[in-house]
Design a protein around this ligand. Structure first.
Ligand code: AHG
Ligand code: MN
Ligand code: MN
Length: 343
């Protein structure tokens, strides 16, 4: 691995003289620069005023915290000098035109994990970069497989940028000595199988049968296998970073609650970028019924069920969804006995 390769050096190698790649690289560098300012703001905690105080609601109906808006402003300011044709932010109702000559469209979750802000827990910034389309109305209606780059910054004990440019996954960590991102890990691979799952178990009574069956079997343990372990951080970036580090499966499924028919996570600036990264690291990402990267949005803040991580575990959940459809068609009793499958 190139010891101390900086993010800027990596992007220079990637961009060459290719105008589209240069635009992608400029957007990544701008978001990375904004993330250093966001990290330093977060480090102040309540000394910077209650960053977790409610300030309104976004188009998706979520409460906007002060840090959501501060992070959004810092990302916008950084992208203002980059050839971005359209910007879609979680904090804005519709995509906004930035540079009419821009070659790329960027979707961003400026601050992911907002419920953790006042709890001094990991939060992050997630972004997805797409090629701009001739018809601006189609830019964010592309399937996830059209992404040119995706990444997220996790603000934790380290501030680290997880990045894919379509050539694998690299992790750059902010060097506190000089505020630059330096290559810390390259060729990141997710173990193909894991006994660790992440789900908000308080929603169990609302889950559909395939998810309920999968988690029941995880908890019951397959014969002779190690018992499962559970983690739920409430920040997608933190659960994703852990899975990239040691494997696991993350599930935010559709459930029976009002407004959760497609789960909670947004396709364009949470599921698409995470799916690109996870697949580039050898993992899988599905709605249960479809590969996330094959899904195209119908509207900017569309939600989607997200199940991602170790490929064998993800395939098991997909089989359960398929079997449920088969069983439903044959009207057989669902999951009459345990041990229906193995994780
Ligand atoms: P955001 O703060 O951008 O709205 O994202 C929060 C998301 C995601 O980070 C996390 O996995 C999930 O919400 C947690 O949802 P619950 O609070 O329903 O567990
Ligand atoms: Mn989020
Ligand atoms: Mn957010």
């Amino acid at each position: 691995m190139d010891q101390c390769l900086t993010l800027d050096q990596h992007i220079e190698r990637y961009a060459h003289a290719d105008p589209l790649r240069a635009a992608v690289g400029a957007a990544v560098r701008a978001i990375a620069a904004a993330s250093i300012d966001i990290a330093e703001l977060i480090a102040h905690g309540d000394l910077a005023g209650r960053l977790g105080r409610a300030c309104g609601r976004n188009a998706d109906g979520d409460v906007q915290k002060a840090l959501d808006l501060e992070a959004d402003a810092l990302v916008r300011k950084a992208l203002a000098s980059v050839p971005v044709a359209l910007l879609l932010s979680e904090e804005s109702p519709v995509p906004e035109s930035i540079d009419g000559r821009g070659l790329i469209a960027v979707a961003v979750d400026p601050l992911d994990g907002s419920s953790n802000i006042d709890a001094n827990m990991c939060v992050g910034t997630i972004f997805s970069i797409l090629p701009m389309t001739a018809d601006p109305a189609l830019a964010f209606l592309q399937p996830g497989s059209g992404q040119l780059a995706a990444g997220f910054v996790i603000y934790g004990p380290q501030t680290s940028l997880v990045l894919t440019l379509g050539d694998g996954v690299r992790i750059f960590t902010r060097d506190p000595r000089d505020r630059t991102f330096k290559l810390a890990r390259s060729g990141v691979r997710i173990p193909s199988r894991s006994h660790e799952f992440a789900i908000n178990a308080s929603n169990q009574r609302h889950w559909d049968p395939p998810i309920r069956a999968y988690i029941e079997d995880c908890l019951a343990g397959a014969d002779g296998e190690a018992a499962a372990n559970m983690r739920w951080i409430g920040s997608l970036v933190a659960d994703a970073y852990r899975i990239l580090s040691r494997g696991g499966i993350f599930l935010y499924p559709a459930d029976g609650r009002k407004g959760y028919a497609d789960g909670r996570l947004r396709l364009l600036y949470e599921a698409h970028p995470m799916a690109f990264i996870v697949e580039q690291a050898g993992g899988g990402a599905t709605t249960g019924a479809a590969r996330i990267l094959d899904v195209a949005a119908r509207d900017p803040h569309q939600r989607v069920p997200l199940i991602m991580g170790s490929i064998e575990n993800v395939r098991t959940v997909e089989r359960l969804h398929l079997d449920t459809l088969i069983l439903a068609e044959r009207n057989a009793p669902l999951f009459a006995t345990r041990g229906f499958f193995r994780i």
